[in-house]
Design a protein around this ligand. Structure first.
Ligand SMILES: Cc1ncc(COP(=O)(O)O)c(C=O)c1O
Length: 383
């Protein structure tokens, strides 16, 4: 097959792992030799190195990103019935974690340009809720989602959090290495939750996650909660669960962490090439980057009116695309009981109809990048 006929995958994990094979196999062999499968030096090493990378004091490795969110909420001391505010255009893990931690959630709409939490809308929502006599309407925590690898206006959010005495938990699942004014995701709130699902910028060979925080108490609680609430064996101070990070995954992540900066740089260069190529086309609206931020470019997302037709057009050219995410959370069947019908969050709803994620991974070739650009530009808008 000529390169021009081969599929352009949405994501190609094989190449990355081929290149790292000797180092990853060494981790595996060491685990077999030591039979150290849980905890131990690999876990401690990863926690130290990832905390340093994020510029925070503490890190706890956990089983996946959903558990990281749940354990972070519990580690922050939030108990049954707490209310969290987040956005409706996120992966469902964000709200699942709130429910799993015994909380409730409410949404605010997004800034249509960046697809991130709109801080003016948040301010209005907080003013309304804190003016109400009903104390159950008052949130205890805000969960900003660093969607596609970009952080929202964290200065504005932290100011509001200080005013209303709210906790801030970053959903940083997509933002390993992203920063705002030279401060990395993971250290921009009271705690942060990361996913290292295989397709993330930093991904394990399976499931993995982490919680970061400058608060030693939060991380101490998370470390207990991930291991049945125990500090000493069979002495359970809290009721927890099993949410440990395998030592072998921690070892794989340590290998990959040394490449993350390089991979993120490559992602940003590809995204910039897309931005430049689409700049003159009024019908293509790439997600706008906020000033002062360096995104991790986990996903490259454009908005177009005839999204499904463009996706079909690219598919016919053997170019694979994705949708992140096609249905906002408030319109999901599992949340029908919330009674939030169409029109509740019009910006998130419109974004869901118009968004399209284009292929983006560090190993993309010039030829693949060119094919994506040419493929998009060859779409007849009015056809
Ligand atoms: C925004 C967001 N939050 C949370 C998660 C949950 O992470 P995991 O799949 O590791 O449980 C993901 C991962 O898909 C995500 O993208």
């Amino acid at each position: 097959m000529k390169p021009s006929e081969q599929p352009v995958p949405f994501l190609d994990l094989k190449q990355q792992h081929q290149a790292l094979k000797p180092a990853l196999l060494a981790v595996f062999e060491q685990a077999l030799d030591n039979a150290a499968f849980v905890g131990g030096p690999q876990l401690a090493g990863f926690e130290t190195e990832f905390a340093a990378y994020c510029g925070v004091a503490h890190c706890a490795g956990v089983s996946n990103g959903t558990d990281a969110l749940r354990l972070a909420l519990q580690g922050l001391g939030l108990g049954p019935g707490f209310l969290a505010i987040t956005v409706p255009n996120t992966f469902i893990a964000t709200t699942e974690a709130v429910s799993l931690a015994g909380g409730r959630f409410a949404f605010v709409d997004i800034d249509p340009a960046t697809s991130l939490m709109d801080m003016d809308l948040l301010e209005a929502e907080l003013a309304r809720r804190f003016a109400a006599a009903d104390a159950s309407l008052r949130p205890r925590v805000v969960i900003p989602v660093h969607l596609y690898g970009q952080c929202p206006d964290m200065d504005a959010l932290n100011r509001l959090a200080a005013t209303y005495e709210l906790l801030v938990l970053e959903d940083a699942a997509q933002a390993q290495g992203a920063s705002v004014n030279d401060r990395r995701a993971g250290g921009l709130g009271h705690a942060a939750a990361f996913s290292f699902y295989a397709g993330k910028n930093l991904g394990g060979l399976g499931e993995a996650g982490a919680v970061t925080s400058d608060d030693a108490g939060v991380i101490e609680r998370v470390k207990m909660l991930r291991e049945h609430g125990q500090k000493e064996k069979y002495i359970h101070r809290l009721e927890g669960s099993n949410a440990r990070l395998d030592a072998i995954q921690a070892g794989f992540l340590r290998v990959k962490l040394t490449h993350l900066e390089d991979w993120n740089r490559k992602r940003r260069a590809i995204a910039q090439a897309y931005d430049q190529a689409f700049a003159a086309c009024g019908w293509i609206r790439p997600v706008v980057l906020r000033p002062g931020g360096v995104p991790s470019r986990h996903l490259y997302v454009i908005h177009v009116t005839r999204r499904d037709a463009l996706a079909e057009h690219l598919k016919a050219l053997n170019i694979h695309t994705g949708l992140h995410y096609p249905l906002p959370l408030h319109l999901q069947e599992c949340y029908a009981h919330l009674g939030l019908g169409p029109g509740s969050f019009p910006r998130a709803e419109r974004a869901a109809e118009e968004l399209l994620s284009l292929p983006l991974f560090p190993e993309m070739t010039e030829e693949q990048i060119r094919r994506v650009i040419d493929g998009v530009l060859s779409f007849e808008v009015g056809a």
